[in-house]
Design a protein around this ligand. Sequence first.
Ligand code: DOR
Length: 425
Amino acid sequence: MPRELLIRGGTVVDGTGTRQADVLVRDGIVTAVGDGLEAKTVLDAAGCVVAPGLVDLHAHLREPGKEEAETVETGARAAALGGYTAVVAMPNTEPAIDSAGVVREVMELGATACCDVYPAGAITVGRAGEQLAPMAEMAALGVRLFTDDGSGVQDSRLMRRALEYASGLGVTLGQHCEDDALAANGVMHEGEWSSRLGLPGVPAEAEELMVMRDIALARLTGASVHFLHLSTAGAVAMVGAAKAQGLPVTAEATPHHFTLTDAECASYDAVFRVNPPLRTDLDVAAVRAGLANGVIDAIATDHAPHPPEAKEAPFDQAPPGMLGLETALALALSELELPIEQVLALLSWNPARIAGITGAHGGPVAEGFPANLCVIDPAATWVVEPDQLASRSRNTPYAGRKLTGKVRHTLLRGEPVVIDSEAQR
Ligand code: DOR
């Protein structure tokens, strides 16, 4: 029996444009996009946008090793509920994803998950920043993005080598931009609020020094660099200038860096501890402007689950990180004041390109393409309730916030993994 399903009555939005159309899906593939299509099984999309599934360049799924915080299964379910059909899983697991064996393990865990899971490989062995990881054996399994995220590669010579190696393999390096010596023991942004609160700060320059260095290394090697979670006005300006010079750099920003400032830390609630830290109003405005003008290519969640007991610790002792997968789309739609086409470019087809997974994800919604899709009600309002989240952790900084824009359905290769905002597996 062919598996056939019709998404009826929605507005299709993808990288090719916007039009009113039904979408017919058969055996995992989009087989027709047009008016008056028929099928036995129908998903209602009246008043909704039908788009390519979202793609997250930056999710911590915690498996292997920290399953008390999240697993590939629970993280992927949270992702599907957030409209994602693909996530790149960060390698700061235990053990780190720094060999073909661990890549294979995460891929196997992802095979039955609610969304496609693409492991990112570590740049250095154990993410220790000392010795290059066997990138070629990981690339041979399909890994396209490498990063030591959680830390930046401090040694400039090693980073140069990694870039040369990556460019030969046709893969991209993602940098967590933080100069460790300058960041020292900082736990929030260094500025007026850190002084008032008596908490050690991380200056904006700790991020900007590494962005500056890696732009220089991209120029030196010709290799492409992807900047993870940009958070400062200076970093956004540097990436803009590098792009204007034609250098092969891309960048992402997180919802928390375009919606929250360091003033939140005044509560001393560790839910607001994150790395890079929440910055100032001026930085938030620069990140928003970068998203609007294309200097920042993608919105990435940096979904970083931590168990409640870890986040209940005092601010300076709690681990950094916030949940993101279930709230990113609604925050972007509610807060950015951009047309939905642009929001979806930032959340779907741009990150699909950076992750090297176009063809499978990021659209277009057209005959012959895989039916990795999400159906969004852009007008629906809802309130973030931590206990309702599918993530195994609860550390959202948006508890109680009213948001506009909700994911109704998500399809992974034609299979509805989310129907009417409920996970189906
Ligand atoms: O806040 C963060 N949490 N930043 C990182 O770079 C790592 C992440 C984590 O793994 O919890």
